[in-house]
Design a protein around this ligand. Structure first.
Ligand SMILES: Nc1nc2c(c(=O)[nH]1)N[C@H]1C(S)=C(S)[C@@H](COP(=O)(O)O)O[C@H]1N2
Ligand SMILES: [Mo]
Length: 501
């Protein structure tokens, strides 16, 4: 039998925890831990489990029934979490129940060993009448003697249960992980060449500390609700298009690759990104146009939402008007010249220029349902986030870093600015609330990508506050109004305070 990731009690409880996480806690986790939030969550669950296991152990020494009941409750929590995940089956409860049973057996056996007084060895003949000997003979089992338990059984039993747990854990991980298959599946993918090669980019701005135009995959932010990234091999992958359409479509990976191929540089941004944050990246995506596929299916007049679903049951709703207005919305399978990595949605994800990821960028996508916003709320919309998520115009200062110590004289203030699908017309910089100065910006690659910018500031001694703002392709200046990421994305100017001496 092969288990899905939900069969792991830690993954299932973690998933349930993520779904139920109040907004302030989610925002705190993303702010404090960013892309490492899942590691922190899993570590937290393991620490809590360890403490609970210790409590169960201590309880069961004196109150065996309560200790065992405690373990049963823990196992049931794991089992319940496992079966109620979006893509679970009943068998996913099994590991929790087996684990609970093993815990029960361990507590029962070890508890009994602790309560059992070893059969006394015959008293040494040469000390028949010493005080110690008499005391030992009079002591009732388990009353005053500290060492009155079956030490041998306890130590041997403990070691045996620990070994069983280790073997079980390793075996469980093997059952869980379709990982090896997916690595092979990914290695076997041959990306079809795009119809047109992208024109080589104009030289990047050569400023130390500025974000590169293309973000390397290894540095690309990762945000999703999955504790274990879904392991989807191309071999079994299918995409279904259904709902308010004239003809349902159902294609496999080879059919997807056989469709027209485009390659585009698109800057992806997360709605949870704070002003100046790093939940934004620019990649070269290869895939097939989404609008063509939707037109083939024949989208009904009254439909306004595309609800996309990932293999792990996550849903994302995008406005059909944006997907079909001529922008390069795509079903992407390539990122920076290679197949998508598992973390970024292998084998197929959506990429839509101009919309935050939570309303557009479905990773591990397997299902496209044409529907209406007044019929279905996607995952984040049900949690209060704005149903439409156009990306706000934003300039970010990459260098100098916060609290940098600088020398008087020319200092390169530089960064990137984005306003996907409107484009960036200019960037301006001001110091200490003075006048705005135009920055030099790199040549435009497309209106869907960020642009690097640099302003040479003649720094003078003292502490200074540098601010930047962007002007989009329509001539609209980035808003100064401060807004939190919730519910529609952060706004306001990014600033850095530096000391010159
Ligand atoms: N299946 C799935 N796709 C998802 C998400 C998710 O949680 N599950 N998160 C979305 C969000 S909020 C963002 S910002 C982008 C991030 O894509 P990346 O991790 O490749 O940077 O993926 C989107 N696609
Ligand atoms: Mo996001």
């Amino acid at each position: 039998m092969v288990f899905g990731p939900n069969a792991s009690p830690v993954v299932a409880v973690g998933g349930a925890f993520i779904d139920a996480t109040p907004r302030w806690l989610k925002e705190f986790a993303i702010r404090e831990f960013g892309t490492n939030d899942k590691t922190v969550l899993v570590t937290g669950i393991l620490v809590v489990l360890t403490v609970l296991a210790a409590v169960a152990g201590v309880l069961s020494v004196r109150r065996p029934r309560i200790g065992l009941g405690f373990v049963a409750v823990l196992a049931l929590v794991g089992a319940l979490a496992a079966v109620q995940r979006p893509t679970s089956s009943w068998s996913d409860a099994l590991p929790s129940l087996v684990g609970g049973f093993a815990g029960w057996a361990a507590l029962d056996y070890l508890g009994a060993a602790l309560r059992r007084v070893p059969t006394p060895r015959p008293a040494p003949l040469r000390l028949p009448d010493t005080a110690a000997g008499e005391a030992a003979e009079k002591a009732a089992p388990g009353t005053s003697r500290a060492a009155a338990y079956d030490r041998r059984a306890f130590v041997l039993g403990g070691a045996t249960f620990a070994a069983i747990a280790a073997v079980g854990g390793a075996a469980g991980r093997r059952l869980l992980a379709a990982r090896i298959d997916v690595a092979a599946s990914r290695a076997a993918v041959v990306l079809p060449p795009p119809a047109q090669q992208l024109t080589p980019r104009a030289a990047e701005l050569d400023v130390p500390g500025i974000s590169p135009f293309l973000t390397p995959v290894s540095d690309f932010y990762r945000i999703d609700t999955a504790i274990v990234a879904p392991q989807v091999a191309t071999e079994g992958w299918r995409l279904r298009v259904h709902g308010l359409v004239d003809r349902e479509i159902d294609i496999d990976f080879a059919q997807l690759l056989a469709r027209p191929v485009i390659e585009r540089d698109v800057t992806l941004a997360c709605v949870s990104n704070e002003v100046g944050g790093d939940l934004v990246g620019n990649a070269r995506w290869r895939g097939t146009p989404l609008a063509d596929l939707l037109r083939e299916a024949g989208v009904h007049q009254d439909a306004d939402q595309l609800l996309s679903r990932s293999s792990d049951g996550m849903t994302i709703g995008s406005p059909l008007s944006a997907l079909m207005d001529g922008r390069d919305a795509m079903l992407a399978y390539g990122m920076n010249g290679a197949p998508l990595t598992v973390a970024h949605g292998f084998p197929v994800r959506l990429v839509v220029p101009g919309l935050y990821g939570y309303v557009s960028a479905t990773k591990w996508v397997v299902d496209l349902e044409v529907t209406r916003f007044d019929k279905v709320d996607a995952y984040w919309i049900a949690r209060g986030w704005a149903p439409y998520g156009p990306i706000h115009t934003m300039a970010r200062i990459d260098t100098p870093r916060a609290r940098a110590a600088l020398r008087p004289g020319p200092v390169a203030v530089a960064g990137v600015a984005w306003a996907q699908h409107r484009g960036i017309r200019g960037v301006e910089v001001r110091v200490d609330g003075g006048g705005w100065h135009p920055a030099r910006i790199a040549d435009e690659t497309s209106i869907d990508t960020w642009r690097q910018w640099v302003f040479t500031w003649d720094a003078t001694a003292g502490t200074h506050r540098i601010e930047a703002r962007a002007i989009d392709g329509k001539g609209d200046v980035q808003t100064a109004a401060l807004a939190d990421p919730f519910p529609a994305g952060a706004t306001g100017y990014h600033s850095r305070t530096v000391t010159v001496s």
